[in-house]
Design a protein around this ligand. Sequence first.
Ligand SMILES: C[S@@+](CC[C@H](N)C(=O)[O-])C[C@H]1O[C@@H](n2cnc3c(N)ncnc32)[C@H](O)[C@@H]1O
Length: 203
Amino acid sequence: MPVGGEDYRIVHPEAAEALIDEADFERDERLPYWADLWPSAIALAGRLAAEDLRGVRAIELGCGVGLPSVVALKRGAEVLATDHYRAALDFAAYNARINTAKRLPTALLDWHAHDLRGFLGRFELVFAADVLYERRHAEALARLVPRLLEPGGAALVADPGREGCAAFLAVMRRSGFRVESERREVWLSGRRSVGVYVHRISR
Ligand SMILES: C[S@@+](CC[C@H](N)C(=O)[O-])C[C@H]1O[C@@H](n2cnc3c(N)ncnc32)[C@H](O)[C@@H]1O
């Protein structure tokens, strides 16, 4: 995967569908979307590759196999990669090791969890790719993101135009945040491309 002039090797399961677990779905409707590398992750990684992140305390939400975290780590950020699937964290940590030779700290973090001790107010940068595909995610993330940020911090959210994203951005604006949006074209195999918006959200 070429990002910002460098090639990254991202390992992920061959078929996400093979990982569907009915018990998981019954519990909280979770599906193993983490196992694919989504165009939004590629767009977000491209944006992070263009930033000087030396020493920046950052957290990725819904990291999946972790390309944006890996790029941020390479750019010098202190990144914590999070997801609600343990297997996603294992893949993200592995991908960091093979691309940067650095250790990527990871943590299980469910956006709907009540106990967020250890996470709150700690981060200068929160980033996430394609996490707003359900309306209930918009509400949870609009509550969570401001609580994770330290004063003066910012969030980068990459999204291909999902319904939940508009709802999320509307709440953030109502809470006094400024949103600047950039459209990036992500080229996929077969000469197809997808437009992805990278939204920067700050006070
Ligand atoms: C569409 S995938 C995107 C994965 C990765 N960010 C990418 O763009 O390639 C959505 C990600 O959000 C995670 N996720 C969904 N609901 C979550 C929740 N309630 N708490 C934490 N992570 C969640 C999934 O496990 C998955 O990794």
